[in-house]
Design a protein around this ligand. Structure first.
Ligand SMILES: Cc1ncc(C[n+]2csc(CCOP(=O)(O)OP(=O)(O)O)c2C)c(N)n1
Ligand code: SF4
Ligand SMILES: [Mg+2]
Length: 292
């Protein structure tokens, strides 16, 4: 049965107060995600807003042991931690790699692909705020086309975003899921399910970022929901090769999709988009949903 706010565990694995910006979607998913992950877990985290948010010992925000590793090596380091635990006979202790979109779609993809191909036993969570935020909003492989960052031309990013869950699907993993900071209970249930499965599991979490996307922090949850309601970000699972839409995406049909401009208008990063570009993005969303 789906988790509700009433049966979410009370155990808090982050301390109150951390260094994330106000309204940060990452702080929502980290708080709820750790409840699903549980205490007997070692985290592996590359440079990102998450390392800043956690802070350094002895004032770290996280109560779990965490290995901070170099940008490119997250999945390789997680592989090593799994092997070390096995050598110590501690196979009940789980390993979770938690990285940003830059650290996943660009810099860490080679190590991640290798670990997936070998079927290493850990969960990899990519929180996608759609740019390198920690260092000042540089474009990443998942930054959407037309978005303004500090390293895109004045007309916005020229290229389309990289579909990382599809790349993971090509590795034939047992479990792949998307989730959103705006639907934390759906995120909780998916992490819980992934933690109980063998092999490499991958989750891709859409994570609104007020500082990098250009909106008032009070609207983070609303904007994440708009991404789902307009069909630009879809919630789904691929379990043992079987694809299914989940949660609010399951209830959507092409005729129920909100116009994508409702999402774009909430964020200054989309201000360079021209009408013909918006029409083309809207057509692409409808085509995707027609295929669903
Ligand atoms: C090899 C290397 N290059 C660059 C950096 C600087 N750096 C630290 S965090 C970061 C941005 C990470 O972006 P992302 O993975 O999307 O996470 P976010 O900051 O958005 O949370 C960069 C470029 C670094 N630490 N190591
Ligand atoms: S820059 Fe964005 S992702 Fe990073 S802490 Fe601030 S709101 Fe969160
Ligand atoms: Mg990022």
């Amino acid at each position: 049965m789906a988790t509700t706010i009433l049966n979410l565990p009370d155990d808090e694995l982050i301390h109150p107060g951390n260094r994330a910006c106000a309204g940060c979607g990452l702080s929502i998913i980290y708080r709820i995600g750790l409840k699903a992950i549980g205490r007997d877990t070692i985290l592996v985290v590359p440079p990102s807003c998450l390392t800043v948010m956690q802070g350094l010992y002895p004032i770290a925000a996280t109560q779990l042991p965490c290995l901070n590793v170099t940008f490119a090596s997250t999945a390789a380091a997680a592989t090593g931690v799994v092997a070390a635990l096995k050598a110590q006979g501690r196979e009940n202790t789980k390993v979770v790699a938690w990285a940003g979109d830059g650290g996943t779609s660009d810099i860490g993809i080679q190590a991640l692909s290798g670990a997936c191909e070998r079927g290493e036993d850990f969960l990899y969570i990519c929180y996608d705020n759609e740019a390198y935020m920690n260092t000042g909003v540089q474009r990443s492989g998942t930054t959407p086309q037309g978005v303004l960052t500090t390293t895109t031309p004045v007309i916005g990013k020229l290229q389309k975003s990289k579909n990382v869950p599809a790349i993971m699907a090509a590795h034939g993993l047992n479990y792949i899921a998307t989730a959103s900071a705006s639907y934390p209970l759906d995120l909780y249930d998916k992490i819980k399910k992934a933690m109980g499965m063998p092999g490499t599991k991958y989750m891709h979490v859409h994570t609104p970022c007020p500082s990098g996307w250009g909106f008032d922090p009070r609207y983070s949850v609303k904007i994440g929901k708009l991404a789902v309601e307009t069909g630009i970000f879809d919630l789904y699972e691929i379990e043992n090769g079987e694809f299914r839409l989940t949660g609010p995406s399951k209830k959507l049909t092409p005729s129920k999709l909100k116009p994508v401009t409702e999402y774009f208008d909430t964020q200054s990063r989309f201000r360079a988009l021209k009408e013909d570009q918006i029409a083309s993005i809207q057509a692409g969303i409808h085509e995707k949903w027609d295929n669903y």
